[in-house]
Write a protein that binds this ligand. Structure first.
Ligand code: XMP
Ligand code: MG
Length: 180
């Protein structure tokens, strides 16, 4: 792993190597595989950040499963809550299916806490969440996290699909913002 990398104006230091990330994801995939034995789960990966993460557990699964990809968009709404989150690209029927959401990172939990009710409205047979990374110190919204590969400190990270202002997604490992 490179010592330090620069993305835009910021410097990042190594945090998790590609092999560490991959073995964490393998464990997560094994748990999902065991829990869904005999079922036919549907994975919903949330773009853009989860595109790299999503392919990993999927490769290691032995249960027959489907995957689809969605993007979340937030609009300034007329409600007092301000933002309404809506999904783009969800063209699959969820009713009666065992759904697993794949997210790159659970930070404050705001995005998922606003989006999950929409999924629940579609009446899946069950709904679980898998996130590659979780920042427990930053999480203020109540989101049930069923599968998580790594708990990380409340510091900004890039790599493995995660970006800083659009760049850094291609880095195969995880880097953490260097403190001054
Ligand atoms: P919330 O706060 O709604 O945020 O749970 C989830 C989304 O915020 C982005 N995010 C990050 N992206 N490095 C990133 O590259 C980070 O450290 C980070 N923390 C949050 C991410 O898009 C995630 O889906
Ligand atoms: Mg994201």
């Amino acid at each position: 792993m490179q010592e330090e990398i620069q993305v835009h104006d910021k410097v990042f230091i190594p945090y998790l190597s590609q092999s560490e990330i991959e073995s964490g994801i393998k464990e997560l995939a094994a748990k999902i595989d065991a829990d869904y034995a005999g079922e036919f789960p549907l994975f919903i990966a949330i773009l853009n950040g989860s595109f790299m993460f999503a392919s990993e557990p999927f490769k290691h699964l032995t249960v027959a499963s489907e995957i689809c990809f969605i993007k979340l968009a937030s609009y300034k709404g007329t409600t007092s809550s301000g933002h309404i989150i809506t999904s783009i690209g969800l063209d699959t029927e969820l009713k009666g299916k065992h759904v697993i959401i794949l997210e790159d990172i659970l930070d404050t939990g705001k995005t998922l806490s606003q989006f999950l009710p929409q999924i629940e409205n579609m009446q899946p047979a069950s709904l679980k969440i898998a996130a590659l990374l979780h920042k427990p110190q930053a999480t203020v919204y109540n989101v049930p996290l069923d599968y998580n590969a790594f708990k990380i400190p409340n510091k900004f990270v890039v790599g493995f699909g995660l970006d800083y202002n659009g760049l850094g997604r291609n880095i195969p490992a995880l880097y953490q913002l260097k403190e001054d």
